[in-house]
Design a protein. Structure first.
Lengths: 356, 329
């Protein structure tokens, strides 16, 4: 880490050398890039969050307001329902806060909330709504009751967790064999596994669909999970890590009559924990975000993952944006949460392995 | 934690019983096979076998899903895909949507990769400077990488709609509204922009690692000579970063060729076929709609695979070359 700080220091020294103390153009450019990056990267997410709390009516407003606003309502004696509150410019030029009883054409009948006996008849242009921040939490609660979002969430959770566990086991076993055993064809198998990197899923969609059908896994969450569990990057990453574990440890365990399986799960797995953690994080991210393959394997709505459910919901003819935005935000949350916790792990993992 | 691990331990013991027998009977070689088996099984069934089948599919016709029921038609599917009066004009082709997809994808790859590499390089250079809160800034540029394409697509769609936030900004600045998603050129621009937005942080991180691997003494020497910042960049940073740049270039290209999901959610391939890409052609030809044509979709995916294999081999070659370069240093 000191090396990084040093090189940064050197660069700064380089750029500032001539005019010590004065701001160099590269400093200005740096901060302009950072600030515009901040706005551009976070802006959409914040806008999504704010919009997701607006009522359906507020979402159709143009220009939109920044905060989720709704017309303030007051209870007035003698009226069963709360009445919307307006600031009204009266004919004598004074302004008063009045509640609207009803609107008739271009006129509105208003009442003074403090004194319900006083009523006013004003043109509608003379009044402006009194608005207050009021988040429409029902955007979040209603879809949970009316649509199958809890189900989609559960499906996504199942796929993510099960696929990640199987990924860790299957890949660590293979990596162990490739790192710690001498056998004929080891190099060939390694080359074979790495070469499958060349063929992404989008190339073999059709035959893979046939295989899944042949195995009876069409419209099954296992059909989403199984083709993804053996990742060449996973094997490669774990093997590189296991190579650093000294063979003497394994030999010592064998002296103590430990079986190979015991060596694998009692010695190798615990010692590989950091690499397993990196792979687990990536697996969770991949599986949670998968789109194209689940789209093909799952056609029954009750099996949809969150991503498929959300996109089909947003693709409907009459998009209910107030629900779509809220559910998009919910879909994003787990990933953001994981990232917040494990930021350092993730960024160093990517920089170290170049995988994504 | 202890209680949580107890069933795991028990399960591992249980698996160990038959494996102990395998070890006694077949020795270490047998155990190697046991450890490799699950992985190789998955690879064979879900990757290698499908690759073989894909080749067969691309030479067959008919509506049957399983290979046995399909009719061998020779190169008919390829002939159909490649039947064009002029490859420069998609509408002169029999499969005009495929060629529209090819053209769009080619344009997307060139524009997106160029924009991506430029933006990622600037970001990496900025993050490599001694700035306050570097970890925070790195996270700012990186976090969209983790978002799902559906979330990214919907989030930007909401901003770019006719009544969206961006148009509100334009109107408040006194400009006319722009139909960002229904104007073909704007739609393509935003598909490129959004995909750069979503993946920028990943490539910036790789470049940042590359920047930090540049030995300091080179900069020290430049400092002694009083070299200006721009010349340090062109003469030192860029040449030494070039191997990493090449890796980023190829990685970004491989991903760009497969563009589908975020674009699909953002524009649905539209307006018309303005943002219609090859993967969407494969998906729609093979799976969506009434007229499924698996053979044609397989042939199209074979053509795309060809491009990807070339790109991947290039990447492997470059990585090996870079490692040699670094070995020399």
């Amino acid at each position: 880490m000191t090396g990084i700080a040093e090189s940064g220091g050197v660069l700064r020294f380089l750029t500032r050398r001539r005019n010590e103390g004065r701001i160099h153009w590269t400093d200005v450019a740096t901060w302009m890039w950072l600030i515009s990056g901040l706005i551009l990267m976070f802006g959409p997410v914040i806008w999504l969050g704010l919009s997701s709390l607006k009522t359906r009516a507020a979402l159709t407003e143009f220009p939109p307001t920044l905060l989720p606003l709704a017309t303030k309502e007051v209870r007035v004696e003698g009226f069963a329902n709360p009445l919307p509150l307006f600031v009204v410019k009266l004919e004598d030029g004074t302004e008063r806060e009045l509640a609207q009883v009803r609107r008739v054409g271009i006129r509105a009948r208003m009442v003074d909330p403090a004194d319900p006996t006083k009523t006013f008849d004003v043109p509608i242009e003379a009044r402006t709504a009194v608005r207050e921040v009021s988040p429409a939490w029902e955007n979040y609660t209603e879809p949970l009751q009316r649509f199958a979002f809890v189900r989609f969430f559960g499906n996504s959770l199942f796929v993510t967790i099960v696929a990640t566990i199987i990924t860790l086991i299957v890949n660590s076993m293979a990596a162990f064999a490739l790192a710690k055993y001498q056998f004929r064809g080891r190099g060939a198998i390694m080359a074979f596994i790495v070469s499958t990197l060349m063929i992404p899923l989008s190339v073999i969609l059709i035959p893979l669909f046939m295989v899944i059908n042949g195995l009876g896994l069409f419209n099954s969450l296992w059909g989403v999970i199984l083709p993804t569990v053996a990742t060449p990057t996973g094997v490669f990453l774990l093997r590189q890590y296991m190579l650093t574990i000294p063979d003497e440890m394994l030999e010592a365990a064998r002296m103590d009559k430990a079986s190979e399986w015991q060596i694998y799960w009692r010695i190798i797995l615990p010692l590989t924990a950091p690499a397993l953690a990196v792979l687990a994080i990536f697996s969770v991210m991949w599986r949670w975000n998968d789109f194209l393959w689940p789209l093909i394997v799952l056609s029954r709505q009750e099996l949809f993952t969150l991503q498929i459910g959300l996109s089909s919901f947003a693709g409907e003819l009459n998009v209910q944006w107030h629900y779509v935005l809220a559910m998009t935000f919910v879909t994003m949350l787990p990933v953001v949460f994981v990232f917040g916790l494990l930021q350092r792990f993730i960024t160093t993992g990517i920089a170290g392995t170049g995988m994504k | 934690m202890h209680l949580l691990l107890a069933p795991v331990r028990w399960l591992m013991h249980l698996i160990g019983v038959p494996l102990g027998w395998v070890q006694r009977t077949f020795g270490m070689g047998g155990m190697a096979a046991v450890f490799l088996a699950p992985n190789l099984l998955v690879f064979s069934v879900f990757i290698v076998f499908p690759i073989g089948v894909n080749v067969w599919y691309s030479f067959t016709g008919g509506a049957a899903l399983f290979p046995a029921g399909r009719v061998f038609v020779g190169t008919e599917q390829y002939d159909l895909l490649l039947a064009c009066d002029s490859y420069l004009d998609p509408f002169s082709c029999r499969q005009d949507r495929f060629w529209k997809g090819v053209h769009n994808t080619a344009f997307f790859v060139v524009a997106q990769v160029a924009a991506m590499v430029a933006a990622a390089l600037i970001t990496a250079l900025v993050l490599n400077r001694e700035i306050r809160g570097r970890g925070f800034w790195r996270a700012v540029f990186f976090f969209p990488v983790l978002l799902s394409p559906v979330v990214v697509g919907l989030m930007w769609k909401w901003i770019l709609l006719r009544d969206g936030a961006l148009n509100a900004l334009l109107v408040s600045l006194g400009y006319q509204r722009i139909e960002f998603l229904t104007d073909p050129q704007w739609a393509m621009f935003w598909v490129i922009f959004v995909s750069v937005w979503a993946h920028l942080g990943f490539y910036a991180l790789i470049l940042l690692a590359g920047l930090q691997a540049i030995p300091h003494d080179v900069y020290e020497a430049a400092k002694m000579d009083g070299t200006p910042a721009m010349r340090v960049f062109w003469r030192i940073t860029l040449p030494l970063l070039w191997p990493t740049m090449l890796v980023v270039l190829v990685l970004a290209s491989i991903r760009a060729v497969q563009v589908f999901d975020d674009a699909y959610v953002l524009t649905g391939g539209g307006p018309g076929t303005a943002t219609f890409f090859i993967v969407q052609y494969i998906y729609e030809t093979g799976f969506a709609g009434a007229a499924r044509n698996l053979g044609l979709a397989a042939a199209a995916s074979m053509l795309m695979a060809l491009v990807l294999v070339v790109l991947t081999l290039a990447q492997l070659g470059i990585t090996a070359w870079r490692d040699r370069q670094e070995g020399k240093r």
